[in-house]
Every structure is written in C-alpha cells, then in structure tokens.
Design a protein around this ligand. Structure first.
Ligand code: BTN
Length: 248
C-alpha cells in the first residue's frame, strides 16, 4: 500500500494545487483558514488524523487515525451566489474517488457521502465549506481506514466495507475531481443527480425556518433541494436532511 505522505499525494496530481501534509493536526479547516487569511489559494492541507475536527452546524467531527481529512483553499471562478456548487462538486469528487477504490457510495443532500453495510446505511464522508474573505475553504473528511468503534453512531468506515484504501490515491483523486469539476460548473448538478440517494425519496428537512416533509424531486442551481410536500413545492437552501422509510 502507498504510504500516506505528501509525495504520494503530489506525485501524479493533475490539479494545480500545492499540498501541505501533516501527520496529525487539530483541524485542516483551521489551518486552511490561516493560509487563506494570508492570501494563499490553490493549496490543500491534508492529514490522516485530526484532534479537533469540525463539522457542519458547530458539531465536532471525529478524526481518528486512518482517515483522509483535507481542506482545499480555492477561489472559484463563480459568482458568490453559486458557491454552493463547489460543495456539490466536492461531494461528487469524493463519492467517485471512493467508487474508484471499490466502495459503493451515494450522496445525501446536500453533501453527505453514504455507504451501505450489513447494519444499514452510514455516513462515510462529510464536507464543511467555509468562506474566508474572497476564498473558499472546502473541508472533506473521509472515514477511510478508521476503526468503526471510534466513529459516532450512523457513521461507517470504508475499511470495514472493502478493506484498507490507498489514502494518498484517495486524496489525489478527490483533489483532481474537484479541479476538473470546477472547470465545468454547468455539469456539476447533473453529476450530483447521478449519484444522489435523496432524489425520489421521502425526506424530512430541518431548515432554519421549520421542518419540511415530502418527496425530494430535484436539485436546482446552486444546490437547492426541491421538495414536493403534497400541496406545494418548496425549495430548500440549507438544512439537515433525513431520509424517511421508503413507502411500500
Ligand atoms: C459534516 O458535518 O458533515 C462536515 C464534516 C467535515 C469534516 C472535515 S474533516 C477535514 C476538514 N477539517 C475539519 O475540521 N472539518 C473538515
């Protein structure tokens, strides 16, 4: 197996990104924010272990050894209103990089990468995108070769599904995937739809404005989920989405 180090990531990387590797770090997003504040862009902070990882909505994110945790500083060539497309692109890049290593993945709106094992469907990767001045910090955490016992409930580890992954190859494929997709932003949502687990499902979305329940029928630019509630159609920009049981 390729060692997870900076050379193994950078060798063969097509994306125009510099890689800063750490054996272990508090949070790659925190380090990437520092770089962004110093005006750096096109740099990816990568580690296999985080001690103070952060998730969406001020939650913590478990970062046991064996993971792939990375944060990319980018200045996308997009209007700020379209920045959610970058997170959607990162979700597709992550889902497909995992598929390349034999993990069957799907995406739950807006950007959770899921995989299914004998115990059901669990979260394999998550994305936290933050804005720093004119830069975006796209933080991706993948439970690659981690001990499932160190993960929260409803999370799963790729290693327990298909055996150990090549962490460096995974990081490289994610970065290349993001770079490629950002060059073709018109195609990001089509790719997202192809991998979506959410579309066609009954969902409950906790939004800042209340709970929306209904069938997820589509996703619209720049990443809004369209939910048919029965009497109306609602477009949701942000929220926590739960897949409800399939109807018989
Ligand atoms: C989520 O809540 O689903 C998003 C989790 C994002 C975690 C990643 S791990 C790499 C980067 N550094 C962090 O501190 N968070 C993100």
């Amino acid at each position: 197996m390729t060692a997870f180090d900076v050379d193994a990531i950078a060798d063969g990387l097509d994306a125009p990104y510099r890689v800063e590797f750490h054996e272990r770090i508090g949070s790659t997003n925190d380090r990437a924010r520092e770089l962004a504040e110093d005006g750096e862009t096109g740099v990816a902070v990568v580690t296999g272990e985080q001690t103070a990882g952060r998730g969406r909505r001020d939650r913590s994110w478990a970062g046991p050894p064996g993971g792939v945790y990375l944060s990319l500083v980018v200045d996308p060539d997009l209007e700020p209103g379209d920045y959610p497309l970058v997170t959607m692109a990162a979700a597709v890049a992550t889902a497909r990089a995992l598929q390349d290593q034999g993990v069957e993945t799907s995406i739950k709106w807006p950007n959770d990468v899921l995989a299914t094992d004998a115990d059901g469907t669990g979260k394999l990767a998550g994305i936290l995108t933050e804005r720093v001045d004119d830069h975006l910090v796209v933080g991706i955490g993948v439970n690659a070769n981690v001990d499932p016992g160190e993960l929260p409930e409803r999370a799963t580890s790729a290693q327990s599904l298909v055996g150990a992954l090549d962490q460096a190859a995974l990081a490289r494929a994610i970065l290349d995937g993001i770079a490629t997709r950002l060059l073709n932003s018109e195609e990001i949502l089509a790719a997202w739809r192809e991998d979506a687990a959410t579309l066609g499902r009954q969902v409950r979305v906790e939004t800042p404005g209340g709970t929306i329940e209904g069938e997820a029928v589509d996703v619209e630019r720049p990443g809004r989920l369209v939910v048919a509630t029965g009497d109306r159609t609602v477009e949701v920009s942000t929220g926590d989405c739960e897949h409800l049981r399939r109807l018989p």
